[in-house]
Every structure is written in structure tokens, then in C-alpha cells.
Design a protein around this ligand. Structure first.
Ligand code: FES
Length: 100
């Protein structure tokens, strides 16, 4: 599924996009590679693309400072214990696509 130009996601930043069912996902640029996860923190009702802070491949939720590895979805810091759903990303002619 086609989402946005890769140029819309600067290195080290997070952008929100929507799946066909309206569900938000978060797109991350980690050292020039794009990763996609569910946008909602698994600990609370927080949008990681709006409230999260990306440091390398780790996103920190600003509510309780839980963390996730955006390359795998794994929860890496308390109080987050449940992994984020991840989506495979493909770049086709400079456009980000996710496989859903
Ligand atoms: S809501 Fe994200 S760490 Fe609590």
C-alpha cells in the first residue's frame, strides 16, 4: 500500500500515516531506512508519531518514558511490555509502501 514520498520523513524523525481502515501507523527514518509500526503505544492511548521521541532505532513514549525498538517492535523499556505491531516497508521509486 502506497503511503508517502520517503523525502517526507527526514532522518531521525517520525511521521504518521493511515492504513486503508483508518488505523494510524508511525513511520520512522532510522539512518536512512524506513520502518513502520502501529502508532499507538501499547501502554496507553498515545500516538508515538505525535508524542514519541526517536533516538537511533528506539522510540520513547513521552507519557511514561517506555521505549520500543522500531526495527522489531520489541518493548525495550518499562513500563512497556507488549511489542508494537510492525509492518514490512518497501521503497518503490522513492515512495514508501507498507505490506498490510
Ligand atoms: S502510555 Fe506510553 S509509556 Fe505509558
Amino acid at each position: 500500500m502506497k503511503l508517502c514520498p520517503v523525502a517526507d520523513i527526514p532522518e531521525g524523525e517520525i511521521r504518521q500515516a493511515a492504513l486503508p481502515d483508518g488505523q494510524p501507523i508511525a513511520l520512522y527514518n532510522v539512518d536512512g531506512r524506513i520502518y513502520a509500526t502501529a502508532d499507538r503505544c501499547t501502554h496507553g492511548e498515545v500516538s508515538l508519531s505525535e508524542e514519541g521521541c526517536l533516538m537511533g532505532k528506539i522510540v520513547e513514549c513521552s507519557w511514561h518514558f517506555g521505549t520500543f525498538d522500531v526495527t522489531t517492535g520489541a518493548a525495550t523499556g518499562m513500563p512497556c511490555e507488549v511489542a508494537l505491531k510492525t509492518y514490512p516497508v518497501e521503497l518503490i521509486e522513492g515512495v514508501v509502501h507498507v505490506v498490510v
